[in-house]
Ligand binder design. Structure first.
Ligand code: SF4
Length: 354
């Protein structure tokens, strides 16, 4: 316990959200760090905190502004939940960030991990956290068999994490904010020393207590289940130009990227020609399409191939359902585009096509 805290005090990376105890800043960082690497999050977090520095500003911000600040981080339901939660804090808690773990769990998008992180890091409460890094460290320290995603193993890990942070809070020792430091130390150990491949056991402050290390079975833990197979999906994407503008479409509610703008696109079969599918969908009649490129990106277990085709054509927008816009390249810079379409737009611009 003390060796881990001392190691953290000496080795903790200087990250901007570690310089604050403001629960709002801690919360934003924790949500951004889910699914996104630390070095990417730093710039996003600093920009977000400059533009929306507190709960009130987030609660009042226009949806588009919030999505724009989130653009590129993916998993956009996280941004929408942040705003819903901010509005709940204003409506139910008078704008004051709740401290009780049970109240934190009531916030949209806040699960057991995020509530534990806010409670321990911002309010120094002995609440456990369990993310991928902590799972790996605890699985190895205890040589815990079984898939951590299974309920019994997950509950065992939560209970170990709770016991450890409880001990950190209760122990007499140097330093303060022991729960905050202990939980961050566990995550930091997993992120920088007890890494998925080639953990640096000689540099680990817990090597003496680590069962996996003693048994020379570090590679065995955690025992992850076989990964689901990757599914290939294909999407026809149209770049339609008209009077110096490009046609974009807003994704509708209930969708994973709802509220974001995209170039018109339709899912197709691998063997389908994208042009005719798009022409039919956009009621365009006969169009001369120019194939541009195939771009690939992955979302969870899906590997998408975007088949991009270009045409100078202007469909009758009144005949199409949903929200459409002819946007200039300058407008596209400021519109909230999905990540894949932002990359596509940059490529069009670099190639002189937009
Ligand atoms: S001794 Fe090695 S395997 Fe065990 S916790 Fe430390 S880095 Fe991880």
């Amino acid at each position: 316990m003390e060796s881990l805290l001392a190691w953290f005090d000496r080795n903790a990376r200087d990250l901007p959200w570690r310089r604050t105890r403001d629960p709002y800043g801690v919360w934003i960082s924790e949500v951004m760090l889910q699914q996104t690497q630390v070095r990417t999050v730093v710039g996003y977090w600093e920009r977000w905190m400059r533009e929306l520095p507190d709960v009130a500003s987030l609660a009042e911000a226009a949806d588009d502004r919030v999505l724009k600040l989130w653009e590129g981080l993916g998993y956009y339901s996280r941004a929408r939940n942040l705003q819903r939660a901010a509005r709940r804090i204003v409506g139910v808690h008078g704008g004051r960030f709740p401290e009780a773990h049970a109240d934190l769990l009531e916030l949209p998008g806040v699960g057991r991990y995020t509530a534990g992180a806010i409670a321990s890091i911002a309010f120094d409460q002995p609440q456990p956290i369990l993310d991928g890094n902590v799972i790996r460290v605890l699985s190895r320290i205890g040589a815990i068999p079984g898939d951590p995603k299974s309920k019994p193993v997950s509950e065992r890990l939560w209970s170990e994490a709770a016991q450890l942070v409880g001990e950190a809070a209760a122990a007499e020792g140097a330093g303060t904010r022991r729960c905050a430091r202990f939980n961050q130390a566990l995550m930091e150990l997993g992120a920088t020393v007890c890494t998925p491949t080639s953990p640096n056991c000689p540099a680990c402050p817990w090597s003496q207590a680590c069962h996996a290390h003693a048994r020379k079975e570090v590679d065995r833990f955690p025992e992850t289940a076989v990964r689901p197979t990757v599914t290939a999906r294909f999407v026809a994407t149209a770049i339609l130009r008209h009077q110096g503008r490009l046609l974009v479409h807003r994704r509708e509610g209930g969708d994973v990227n709802a509220g974001f703008w995209e170039f018109p696109n339709e899912e197709i079969r691998k063997d389908q020609d994208p042009g005719p599918v798009l022409a039919r969908w956009l009621s365009l009649g006969s169009v001369a399409w120019t194939p541009l490129a195939d771009l690939r990106h992955a979302i969870t277990r899906y590997r998408f191939t975007q088949r991009i085709v270009l045409a100078d054509a202007s469909p009758d927008l009144a005949r199409l359902s949903g929200e459409w816009r002819w946007a200039t390249p300058e407008e596209l810079e400021s519109l909230a585009l999905t990540g894949a379409h932002r990359r596509l737009f940059r490529r069009l611009r670099d190639d002189g096509l937009a």
